[in-house]
Design a protein around this ligand. Structure first.
Ligand SMILES: Cc1cc2nc3c(=O)[nH]c(=O)nc-3n(C[C@H](O)[C@H](O)[C@H](O)COP(=O)(O)O)c2cc1C
Length: 327
């Protein structure tokens, strides 16, 4: 059988298929069920500062009238400090229950908590940390470099506090995705997870109001990370993990061919059931066997822009008949 093992962020994984961060990995039970599928690693549901703060404020608001303001502040800080207890317990228990590497995930909105919480994830026993960094900057006066500096600063602060490998999971909305990727890799990211797919809202025309959009991707959404991972492979000094649009084994093979070390699967597990992860792993293995590739090393990046026989296609955006066959 082909060798599917990979080294990702310095961790030895039995195969490159990772269960992406989602509610499927928010509990010990979920982690166990994902581990049973044979995935190479599991990214836990993100621990959200916003969630901890909202819960802390709920407790505080009940006591508001009776308490002195200093006591309130003390309790609020304590809430922020102790709030992640349940999350940390999942890490501790998961590490005892399964031998699949556990990657903890973190999302904060104030600069203060990133490093403190990352340290807690490390102490709880996570094998690595994924920083789910995202901002919606609606103030039109805030420029790109100001926002990008924040990404780098968060990574540096976390890296200063923890020994664990740290991945940055980012979205695609940058004027120069290549530059931010290069900066993050140069600032110590062990991996980039490209690209997160965020919560979307929609509009209900009958109710004349906002409603949640479809939380799940379609296989068509694969093309954006496919292009960028292909462009970046060999040009930045860290691993890349592909996310968004990987629904079956051919999608996974394509991502690896353009240079992803690992692939993360989420929507497909919700839509098709957890068994889809096993199908993807088996599909990669069968394809490699059929094509005589003994190991993933032979495949990874074989069709990246730097190694492709058709490098111009990675940078082509317009439908010009001579080059893409349709106009
Ligand atoms: C219900 C749901 C919850 C998610 N929660 C998180 C999360 O907590 N942290 C995170 O980084 N990504 C989260 N994601 C994003 C996924 O990890 C993944 O990056 C995204 O769905 C794109 O991959 P896909 O096309 O395989 O779904 C979530 C996605 C879904 C559908």
């Amino acid at each position: 059988m082909p060798d599917l093992s990979v080294t990702y962020m310095g961790l030895k994984l039995r195969n490159p298929v990772i269960a992406a961060s989602s509610s499927l990995s928010k509990s010990l039970d979920g982690v166990k069920r994902l581990a049973d599928t044979g995935v190479g690693a599991i990214v836990l549901k993100s621990m959200f500062e916003e969630q901890i703060m909202a819960e802390t404020e709920q407790v505080a608001s009940h006591a508001q009238s009776a308490w002195h303001s200093e006591a309130m502040e003390y309790v609020q800080n304590m809430g922020m400090d102790l709030g992640p207890r349940d999350y940390l317990r999942v890490i501790e228990e998961a590490k005892k229950a399964v031998d699949t590497p556990i990657i903890a995930s973190l999302n904060c909105f104030s600069t203060r908590w990133w490093a403190d919480y990352a340290k807690k994830l490390e102490v709880a026993g996570a094998d690595a940390i994924e920083l789910n960094v995202s901002f919606v900057i609606s103030d039109p006066r805030v420029g790109c470099s100001q926002v990008e500096d924040q990404y780098v600063s968060i990574l540096e602060k976390v890296n200063d506090r923890v020994e664990l490998p740290v991945a940055m999971k980012i979205g695609p909305m940058f004027s120069s995705p290549a530059n931010i990727a290069y900066r993050l890799a140069g600032s110590g990211a062990a991996a980039l997870v490209l690209f997160n797919r965020y919560y979307r809202f929609d509009i209900d025309l009958d109710k004349m109001g906002l409603v949640a959009g479809n939380p799940f991707s379609t296989p068509d959404e694969l093309h954006l990370p496919l292009r960028w991972i292909g462009l970046l492979a060999g040009r930045i000094d860290c691993d890349m993990s592909a996310t968004t649009g990987i629904h079956d084994w051919p999608d996974a093979v394509k991502m690896i061919l353009v240079g992803a070390t690992t692939v993360q699967v989420c929507s497909a597990l919700y839509r098709e059931g957890l068994g889809r992860a096993t199908q993807i792993i088996d599909g990669i293995s069968n394809w490699m066997k059929e094509k005589n590739y003994p190991s993933l090393e032979d495949l990874c990046g074989k069709l990246s822009q730097l190694r492709s026989a058709d490098p111009d296609r990675f940078e082509r955006l317009q439908y010009i008949k001579t080059f893409v066959g349709i106009e």
